[in-house]
Design a protein around this ligand. Structure first.
Ligand code: OAD
Length: 250
């Protein structure tokens, strides 16, 4: 078997996108049934949109918060969490960067990771900038923050036109610089800076592997491209664990 990660002493970075959570029942963004077929990015996912119509923006994110809370991690999330355990106990290293905001990697047990586009399960005050876990599905919105500055809350999401959270890109690049293998799964490869990381890794001589349902925009960059559903493929091709140990609760 040609495992993607063949030995537990490897240093590996994994990057995931919406395709990883598709089998959990979370909508992807592009393609048939994707969120951007029914919503316009500039109306629901930008600071300008929030300034213009915070109610509409919150409606979009509350719908997605509710969806994320009702879904469960799938075998792809569990396989990635199990890979982290395997590498950690085998002298290797692991880092996960996800573009997903659904919190499912954390619920599956991934630890050394960054949610580079934020999280549906956190909110942030627009006045005092406090960030906190928030699973409330508000009925009245935009919600107000109980702080002296009297701000309103916004989803803790990186919107189009915004930079990543301070330190995140540096941390991702540091991890990429020191890894041997970069695995990219479930992403269309069109949103930057995430989409540029495979080229960055390749330019540094790393092995780059892609697992996706269909060829992503940057498919030519990869040393190896494996086509299929992440939840069906990853438990069987990611690393040589005993069959069945990482396709359920861990
Ligand atoms: P996309 O919706 O653009 O792409 C999802 C990719 O996953 C597509 O290439 C699908 O073919 C693939 N896919 C679907 N189901 C799959 C499965 N079961 N197994 C494997 N692959 C599957 O989502 P992202 O690339 O994550 O940003 O989108 C990137 C960013 O664009 C998101 O983080 C979001 C969005 O606008 C923000 O909101 C800031």
């Amino acid at each position: 078997m040609d495992w993607i990660v063949d030995r537990p002493d490897r240093s590996v970075v994994v990057m995931t996108g919406a395709g990883i959570s598709a089998e959990s029942g979370i909508q992807t963004f592009r393609g048939a049934g994707g969120l951007w077929r029914n919503y316009r990015i500039e109306e629901v996912a930008s600071p300008v949109a929030f300034g213009r119509d915070p109610k509409l923006v919150w409606e979009f994110y509350l719908m997605r918060r509710k969806q994320a809370l009702s879904c469960e991690p799938n075998p792809a999330h569990f396989a990635i969490a199990a890979l982290e355990d395997w590498l950690e106990s085998g002298g290797g290293s692991f880092f996960l960067v996800t573009q997903n905001v659904d919190g499912l990697h954390l619920r599956a047990g991934s630890r050394n990771m960054v949610e580079m586009h934020g999280s549906l399960l956190f909110s942030r005050c627009t006045a005092c900038h406090q960030v906190f876990r928030d699973e409330t599905v508000y009925e009245d919105y935009p919600p107000h923050h109980d702080c002296p500055a009297g701000g309103i809350l916004r989803p803790h999401i990186v919107w189009f036109g915004e930079s990543l959270f301070p330190g995140d890109l540096e941390r991702i690049e540091t991890e990429l610089n020191r890894c041997e293998l970069f695995i990219v799964a479930g992403t269309s490869g069109v949103v930057y800076p995430a989409a540029g990381l495979a080229a960055h890794a390749r330019a540094m001589g790393k092995e780059v592997v892609c697992v996706n349902l269909e060829p992503p925009a940057n498919v030519d960059l990869f040393d190896r491209y494996v086509e299929g559903k992440a939840g069906e493929m990853l438990p069987h091709i990611l690393f040589p664990a005993e069959e069945g140990t990482h396709d359920s609760e861990g």
